[in-house]
Design a protein around this ligand. Sequence first.
Ligand code: CA
Length: 226
Amino acid sequence: MRLLLVEDEENLAHALKDVLTAAGHVIDVVYRGDDGWDLAQTVAYDLLILDWMLPGLSGIELCRKLRHAGKNTPVLMLTAKDLSLNKVQGLDAGADDYMIKPFDTAELLARVRALLRRPTSFQDQVVEASGVRLDLQTMTAYREGKTVALNRKEFQLLEYFLTHPGQVLTRDQIIERLWEIGEEPESNVVAAQVRLLRQKIDQGFSKALIHTVYGIGYRYGALGEP
Ligand code: CA
């Protein structure tokens, strides 16, 4: 999943980025509310984590602006402030959840998982399509009884495929999903990443699931499936 963290305490921002990256997510970090606003308008994030007190634009103002602009991306608000009043303000502004600093990173990951949960396709943190199961906690895939260990990029790519079965995903979409702002990859790196994933998911099986759509991108699923 692709996340945006807007947090002006740089040490905390870096620590959170490490934790969320280790959990398999792709994280962009900015330190100002107005920078967060710019990014949230141009990148398709799955979740926004916003600190309350920020230079440029506060987390609460940013959240309110996004909701007014029709964006319904889940928002987790972080605050060092006292509890009760802020909870009401945060939820009024359109935040989905909030955490009081200092907080435990395990708790943060649990909240993030809850906010990212897609009721139709995510059950017990497993996503499945065309006979491949992916455990989101362990980053392990299973196909026909075979266990497939994945590295972080392979996991992110497979998760993207499994949650968009049958759809053609363009190279640009894959890049936006898997690479952070500022680490834009070389032109052939998507093809290389797909090749690595294919070796793990398709090699040795009779049916290929990861298909190249020439000149456009890639499509996941058994041919003939809707
Ligand atoms: Ca702050």
